[in-house]
Design a protein around this ligand. Structure first.
Ligand SMILES: C[S@@+](CC[C@H](N)C(=O)[O-])C[C@H]1O[C@@H](n2cnc3c(N)ncnc32)[C@H](O)[C@@H]1O
Length: 255
């Protein structure tokens, strides 16, 4: 099994690549798969002057919830890239539905390749994608190559608050941003109330779809049960060991 598939499964909280073909069905009722669009919208409104010429790159855009909402609010140009063809098809239909089809381009692709080709964006977004681009240091470096000097970077990830997490601490994140030539402009941490509301809604919808899949494929019941368990574990971890955060960073001018 390829590394890309393993990381894809992990980015969607699946413990096995065997679940990949079923993910579109399990996530059928959800549009937002990770980042909270309103957090990114509010950070942009507060800090960035956006015009019709502003170019945004949404890497691993999922079903396009962030991209479509940004295009709608700011009338900016957005390119979204995701490896799941079903998600990209859904994102395109949402852009049409919201009247921003002409502002949005959605393509199927591996973001490991896209970061080598996409350049000079004003804003790049990596929302809830985990380690698909490598370690935090590699991720930040690769994202930095896609934006112009003084361009902006959003990273939605998490920092460790407890001892037993594989996530960097807040201090470690800030150090690596600084070393990568990025200034921290602002950050929004997820509140317990928001986390609870999102988790409860998502879990309930996913559970319904998992039960339908179990009825259709009884021999695979264990992988669907496992998915529900992993989702719950991730929510528990977010509530205790780690804090979800959206960082807004700006690339310094080279000296
Ligand atoms: C948790 S979802 C987040 C989606 C979106 N950024 C959001 O916040 O709604 C993670 C996304 O990463 C995508 N993904 C994982 N590996 C990828 C890769 N190598 N290239 C492109 N997309 C990838 C998955 O298909 C999935 O849509």
């Amino acid at each position: 099994m390829s590394n890309v598939e393993e990381k894809l499964a992990k980015s969607l909280t699946a413990s096995s690549t065997e679940l990949i073909p079923y993910l579109p069905y399990l996530l059928k009722d959800l549009w937002e798969l990770g980042s909270t669009p309103k957090d990114i919208q509010s950070l942009i409104a507060k800090h960035i002057r956006v015009t019709r010429n502003t170019k945004v790159l949404d890497l691993a855009c999922g079903k396009g919830a962030v991209s479509v909402k940004l295009a709608k609010e700011f009338a900016c140009r957005v390119k979204g890239i995701d490896i799941m063809p079903d998600f990209v098809t859904f994102a395109k239909s949402k852009a049409q539905e919201h009247g921003v089809g002409e502002f949005c381009e959605f393509v199927v692709g591996d973001i490991n390749e896209a970061v080598l080709l996409e350049k000079d964006y004003d804003i790049v977004i990596l929302g809830a994608v985990g380690d698909v681009l490598g370690s935090p240091v590699d991720t930040v470096r690769k994202l930095g190559n896609t934006i112009r000097p003084q361009g902006y970077m959003f990273i939605d990830d998490a920092y460790a608050t407890g001892e037993n997490s594989e996530h960097p601490s807040r201090k470690a994140w800030l150090e690596l941003f600084h070393n990568a030539g990025l200034d921290l402009i602002d950050e929004l941490s997820i509140t317990d109330d928001d986390l609870e509301a999102i988790s409860a809604y998502n879990q309930s919808r996913i559970l319904v779809r998992a039960n339908e899949l179990k009825a259709m494929y009884p021999d695979k019941a264990n992988i669907f049960d496992d998915y529900i368990r992993c989702q719950q574990e991730e929510c528990d971890e977010l509530g205790s060991e780690i804090t979800g955060v959206t960082w807004l960073l700006q690339k310094r001018e080279p000296v």
